[in-house]
Design a protein around this ligand. Structure first.
Ligand SMILES: Cc1ncc(COP(=O)(O)O)c(C=O)c1O
Length: 436
């Protein structure tokens, strides 16, 4: 028997009972993809309350590149539980915050002095990057892209592109967010168009009014589209020439997901600020803003921080997660996965007229689903059908894309060969049966 072990129909009786309790206690808006309730998890599998075991290709939305409950991480967390859980860095500082900041300053792209602020969530990291950029430049405006997702706080909702469900009814938003088309294209004519749009926007708005450009190098929620390299090079030059801070949001693409520690490495990019969260900390809430020391340090004393920012248990977990990911990189395993996953997904693409594209970088790979007709219209329906069929076979996955039609994979990178093959076999089988 493989990793997947289904004991009852999904959802089983205990999950159904929890779903009933949930209805009267939990807000409707906080929705869940899978109708099953988790009981325990290990490496790349999740067991539910009815004893079913699933392969996890969602990884807590990309927060578990180092896998569920890695022993290196658990040892560090246990050690910290014996010392202290929280004292607040603002009140009584501790070495772990410094150690993690030193590590992030060392491993993030950019051969220049850096400094790090630790906070709690991806959204909070992006908020703080914008605060620093506005403070340093004394300019109000921020440029974001179509198809981007940067979080659910007020500023990050303003930066985020998709109206429903992320922004609808929650305005008014902070002003001064300007929008550019996301530079996803393999067509050089289109790239000229994107570069022209960048220059036109800066001419129109006045480059001297723009504090920062915030970009994901692989649009995550937007549908796993890699940014065009030529555009990114031009963007970096334009930012430098005009004193605009380049903020790269690697909340989803960071920590090995693309096959390199950071997606910036595929682009030889050295951003002024990088925002990090999710797989930074092996499953505990923590995020980081790492950037050029002179910029990060410009803000007045007390202007940045927070009660739980840089929580010591989360710092221990992060140091463990980074150790695990560096080992995966050093052993060549990360490279292996980053080549294998795109090959397997490209092969699946060819098997069905309902798959219009397979794209991404390395282990950040996806299948774009369409209606199967000649025009290949985006089909959220087909994507949901595939997702649900896979779940019934024991594979957990999630969707992405502005049209909600992209199946994305964010499996733990500590996954075994057998688990990976089993998950891909479930996906292949169900892509084939979509035809019927
Ligand atoms: C690129 C990116 N930025 C920011 C966020 C927001 O992170 P969080 O949900 O931790 O606030 C996400 C979450 O999916 C993300 O993918």
């Amino acid at each position: 028997m493989g990793s997947v072990d289904l004991k009852t129909e999904i959802p089983g009786p205990k999950s159904l009972a929890l779903a009933e309790r949930r209805k009267s206690a939990v807000v409707n808006a906080h929705v869940s993809v899978a109708p099953i309730y988790a009981d325990s998890a290990q490496r790349a599998t999740i067991s539910d309350v009815d004893g079913n075991v699933f392969l996890d290709f969602a990884g807590g939305i990309g927060a578990l590149n180092s896998g569920h409950r890695h022993p290196v991480i658990l040892d560090r967390i246990r050690q910290q539980m014996d010392d202290f859980l929280h004292v607040c860095f603002t009140v009584t500082p501790y070495e772990l915050y410094i150690e993690l900041a030193e590590k992030l300053n060392e491993i993030t792209p950019g051969d220049f002095p850096k400094k790090t602020l630790l906070v709690n969530s991806g959204a909070e990291a992006v908020e703080n990057a914008v605060k620093v950029a506005r403070y340093v430049t004394e300019r109000p405006r921020v440029i974001a892209f179509e198809h981007s997702f940067h979080g659910r706080s007020l500023m990050t909702m303003a930066l985020t592109y998709k109206e429903m469900p992320y922004k609808h009814g929650f305005g008014p938003f902070p002003e001064d967010v300007l929008r550019l088309p996301y530079p996803y294209s393999r067509d050089s004519l289109e790239v000229v168009h994107y570069i022209r749009a960048l220059h036109e926007l800066l001419d129109e708005a006045g480059a001297h009014t723009v504090a920062a450009v915030v970009i994901e190098l692989v649009a995550g929620e937007g549908g796993f589209m890699p940014a065009n390299r030529e555009f990114v090079v031009e963007l970096q030059n334009v930012c430098k020439e005009n004193g605009i801070m380049l903020v790269v949001d690697e909340v989803q693409s960071g920590f090995g997901r693309t096959g390199k520690m950071f997606a910036c490495e595929w682009y030889d990019l050295e951003p002024d600020i990088i925002t990090l969260a999710k797989s930074l900390s092996g499953g505990l809430p923590l995020s980081a803003v790492t950037g050029r020391a002179e910029m990060m340090d410009a803000v007045h004393v007390g202007g940045l921080g927070g009660t739980f920012s840089g929580n010591p248990v989360a710092c221990q977990s992060a140091l463990g997660a980074i150790e695990v990911l560096e080992e995966l990189k050093g052993s060549g395993r990360l490279d292996h996965l980053a080549k294998l996953i795109p090959q397997r997904f490209q092969a699946i693409r060819k098997q069905s007229r309902f798959v219009s594209d397979a794209r991404g970088i390395g282990c950040m790979y996806s299948l774009e689903m369409c209606d199967g007709r000649a025009e290949e219209r985006p089909s959220k329906k087909k994507a949901n059908e595939l997702l649900n069929r896979c779940l019934q076979d024991g594979l957990i996955m999630i969707l992405a894309g502005t049209d909600g039609n992209v199946i994305r994979t964010l499996m733990p990178l500590t996954i075994s060969d057998d688990e990976l093959e089993e998950g891909i076999a479930i996906l292949e089988k169900n892509v084939r049966t979509l035809e019927s």
